[in-house]
Design a protein. Structure first.
Length: 121
């Protein structure tokens, strides 16, 4: 993997750090150590990339870097991301968002009222 690809990957992970952190932290509480697997292989619908958290025992991927990260990452401060690409995969360790990150959260879909509000009588 080239340095340009690595920098692109890291910038994209940083742009999605809030949802990755929230997902990893919640999943760790439920199932323990593991990693986020982001599937970059198919053409994404609406520009969203599907991902899931897999516990350490569920991971089928054999990768020395991944195993090293799983052995020494701090799930209270870090998360592991595996980007699954059509030409292979890349493993990264991300860090939790900075203080105040939850002040700028947005919903994934827009709320649509079922019908226009009626004027008061």
């Amino acid at each position: 993997m080239g340095e340009r690809t690595r920098q692109t990957d890291l910038a994209w992970i940083d742009q999605n750090r809030d949802i990755f952190w929230l997902s990893a932290a919640t999943s760790f509480e439920e199932v323990g150590h593991g990693a986020l697997l982001v599937d970059l292989r198919p053409e994404p619908p609406d520009h969203d990339q599907p991902f899931s958290y897999q516990a350490e025992g569920e991971l089928e991927l054999q990768d020395d870097k991944l195993e090293g990260y799983l052995d020494d990452y701090d799930p209270g401060r870090e998360f592991i991301v595996v980007l699954q690409k059509s030409d292979g995969h890349a493993v990264y360790r991300g860090c939790r968002p900075y203080i105040g990150w939850m002040a700028d959260l947005q919903t994934r879909t827009r709320y649509e009222a079922p019908f226009p509000p009626q004027a008061e009588r």
